[in-house]
Design a protein around this ligand. Sequence first.
Ligand code: ZN
Ligand code: ZN
Length: 255
Amino acid sequence: MKITFLGTGTSQGIPVIGSTHPVCLSANSKDKRLRVSILVEWKDNTFVVDCGPDFRQQMLRANPERIDAVIFTHEHADHTAGLDDIRPFFFKQGDIDIYAHNRVLGQLQQRFEYIFTSEIKYPGVPNLIQNEVKNEPFTINNLEIIPIEGLHYKLPVFGYRFGNFAYLTDMKTIAEAEMLKLQNLDVLVINALREKEHISHFNLDEALAMISKLKPKKAYLTHISHYLGFHDEVQQKLPKNVFLAYDELTINISN
Ligand SMILES: [Zn+2]
Ligand SMILES: [Zn+2]
């Protein structure tokens, strides 16, 4: 299994438009973060988790041949706003499967009404096949994916486990029963916004506490704000099996 971090930034991305914060002005490419998303290449399948406003740019730089499914964590704009740019894949492959909680599918139907309308569509509008994700394992082309529910302030969001890899973003709390799904991981990706506490996202200490509890072999932090600091400085302070993810980082996991 190969994971590519398409984006690792929080909702505004880094640099933030108009910001003079030193991290936003950094020349280090690891301090430039598009909105969060990953590409999962697993046994001849290619999945993308979330499809935010930087999707087009992310697809141009990662350049996957096809997308077998788009799997959504939740409906926030930084995770969904790029859906229209699925069109080049639709033109090449035909209908594309999307997977999301029913509430999230409803939100997508509202925001992209022209895609999901039952009326005759404008030429060039993509056809997306909606698949509801409940909090139970499901399969795409015989590959099992296990949702993990967490809370993003009060909003339920899904993380996903693919084999011994799990991806959690935009979480602030995870119930004990859900954490049982995260045992024996080779790699855990978890959100860590900044040092200061936040109402709807794990801060660095909370993310590190989750990592100590779940004990994956390796962990990577994502959904990062410029307030967390410079990539290279933050990395030096992390425990030895914990890494700050950065855009275009790829990791290989034996499955
Ligand atoms: Zn987000
Ligand atoms: Zn969110």
